[in-house]
Each structure stands twice: as structure tokens, then as C-alpha cells.
Design a protein around this ligand. Sequence first.
Ligand SMILES: Cc1cc2nc3c(=O)[nH]c(=O)nc-3n(C[C@H](O)[C@H](O)[C@H](O)COP(=O)(O)O)c2cc1C
Length: 132
Amino acid sequence: MNTCVVYFSRTGNTKRLAQAIADTAKAPIHDITSTQPSKTYLLILGTPVEGFRPAKETLAFVGAMPKVESKKAILFCTHRLWKGSTFKILEKELAAKGYETVLSVSKKGMKPDKEADFSDVLGEVKKALEKQ
Ligand SMILES: Cc1cc2nc3c(=O)[nH]c(=O)nc-3n(C[C@H](O)[C@H](O)[C@H](O)COP(=O)(O)O)c2cc1C
């Protein structure tokens, strides 16, 4: 399956989670600031929450994505306390591009200098991948 992890990270939290997800999915990983949007069958997209929304860099990347037919997406975010409309906004933007979101999963309260337990998120991602 053509799967790819793409993320934006301002202070490193989302990057660490993205790397763990890419290891689990055995998928290539790209920082959105240094990659071009492409037509991936299963897109795993990660963003930090900023102002109860996805980071503007993530939204700009999705806005530049080509339209596809019947592809899937897994969304993940990291945030401090409240993720607000982050997933709702991304799911809508991705649907307009032809992606059905099969899982949206978040990790709360990461700190850049502290180890984090990703087992809950990785378990959910693994289950979703097995169903595709
Ligand atoms: C400008 C800015 C706005 C933020 N807004 C929110 C927010 O609305 N809700 C929340 O829970 N965390 C918020 N945070 C915290 C980040 O979502 C959180 O630290 C995240 O893990 C950062 O990911 P990153 O290290 O990949 O950039 C904000 C952080 C920044 C810098």
C-alpha cells in the first residue's frame, strides 16, 4: 500500500510522534516544509494544534494538495489542553480533496524535553492500518 507520513511541527512534539507512527507503519516520513504534496493512497497527516485549529502551515499544505479519488487519511495532532476544531477542519479540507478520514487521533500534554508514551496512539494507528 502506498502510505506516507507527512507532518508539520513547530517545537518538535509532532515530529517525534510522526517518527513513531512512521516506524509503526513502516512508511516514509516527510516534513511538510520540505516536501511537495503528492497523490498518496493512504495519507497519515500530523499537525500541532494552534489556536484550537491546525497550524496554518498544515492547512496551506492541504490546500495545495491535488484532488484524488477515493483515498484514505489518518490524522494525528499534538496539543497542550484543547484541540478545539482541529480535526473537524482538517477532515473537511481533506474530504474536499477526495480523502476519507478513517482515524483522527491526538496526543495531549507532550513536552519537548520529556519522554512521551505513544502506545495508545500507535495502537489505534495499527488497528486502522490493518483495516485498510
Ligand atoms: C501559537 C501556539 C498556539 C497553540 N494553541 C494551542 C491550543 O489552542 N490548544 C492546545 O491544546 N495547545 C495549543 N498549543 C500547544 C501546542 O499544540 C503543543 O505544544 C504541541 O504539542 C506543539 O507541537 P509541535 O512541537 O509539533 O509544534 C499552542 C502552541 C503554540 C505555539
